[in-house]
Design a protein around this ligand. Structure first.
Ligand code: DGL
Length: 285
């Protein structure tokens, strides 16, 4: 853990200039899901450079143990810090639920996850105080959303449902497919029967299924996700720590994968209108 602290310390001490900090924001997910957050960051903070790692060698994270997910979180954060990341955005709910508390304790660089921004979006959206959450098995099992929502409003009733088949369907690009619709229908039935008016997309992959999910929940349930709120929190952190990019900087997105993955980026590029340039392959050391 010491090496991680040192990496963060080294980068933090580099920030003594007033003219801004050109280093990239480090963002990671197990695969393409975190690009939904990267897209929100590009939109809100066009001057920032984003260094994104999709851990395609080990996707999906959602069925793995807490210990393994925490280890993955440290390994990928270390890769990001080695690339000079000035802060870490854990654009994965699973790693946010299970690795962010330890990353925040150990790393010197600011670390933010997507659970609290998602919880805040849900609390702001609900009118009847009944919120559904869908996510991976690990995220739902962690009860991180219940805790984050109750920290903001203990009176909100939360029902959660794990949807382990959705990430593989999304990574496969089956965003509008009869089979995906059937899977969604089966997963959502138990929570839709509980009079929820808000559904949290508690996995950064799920906004790619927005259309299919919206059709399923109907007009009386609002879909919320973390991306925009997370980007807003990143902006605050950068400003608060004097880490914002210098005015007039040309931002951009660098995508790195831990394993070459066919079709992986086309799905996100098409669905998010993101321009992903040359992709770098960098195995986890
Ligand atoms: N995008 C990740 C999340 O938000 C995905 C999960 C996975 O790899 O299972 O939880």
């Amino acid at each position: 853990m010491k090496t991680l602290k040192q990496a963060g310390e080294a980068s933090a001490t580099g920030n003594t200039r007033n003219e801004g900090d050109e280093r990239p924001i480090g963002v990671f997910d197990s695969g393409i899901g975190g690009l939904t957050v990267a897209a929100a960051l590009r939109q809100l903070l066009p001057e920032e450079r984003i260094y994104y790692i999709g851990d395609t060698a080990r996707v999906p994270y959602g069925g793995k143990s807490a210990q393994t997910i925490e280890r993955y979180g440290f390994e990928i954060s270390q890769m990001l810090l080695k690339q000079g990341a000035k802060m870490i955005v854990v654009a994965c709910n699973t790693a946010s639920a299970l690795a962010v508390p330890a990353l925040q304790r150990v790393l010197e660089a600011p670390v933010i996850g997507v659970i609290s921004p998602g919880a805040a979006a849900a609390v702001a959206a609900t009118r009847n105080g009944r919120v559904g959450v869908i996510g991976t098995r690990a995220t739902v099992g962690s009860k991180a959303y219940e805790q984050a929502i109750h920290a903001l409003n203990p009176g909100i009733h939360v029902v959660a449902q794990a949807c382990p088949l959705l990430v593989p369907l999304i990574e496969e690009g089956w965003l509008e497919d009869a089979l995906t619709t059937q899977v969604i229908e089966r997963y959502l039935a138990p929570i839709l029967s509980q009079d929820i008016d808000t559904l949290v997309l508690g996995c950064t992959h799920y906004p790619l299924l927005h259309k299919a999910l919206e059709q399923q929940v109907g007009p009386n349930v609002v879909l919320v996700d973390s991306a925009r709120n997370c980007a807003a929190e990143v902006m605050e952190i950068l400003r608060g720590h004097g880490l914002s990019a210098p005015d007039g900087t040309k931002g951009g997105l660098q995508v790195t994968l831990t394993d070459p993955s066919v079709g992986f980026l086309g799905v996100a590029e098409a669905a998010l209108g993101l321009k992903v340039g040359e992709v770098e392959i960098r195995p986890v050391p």
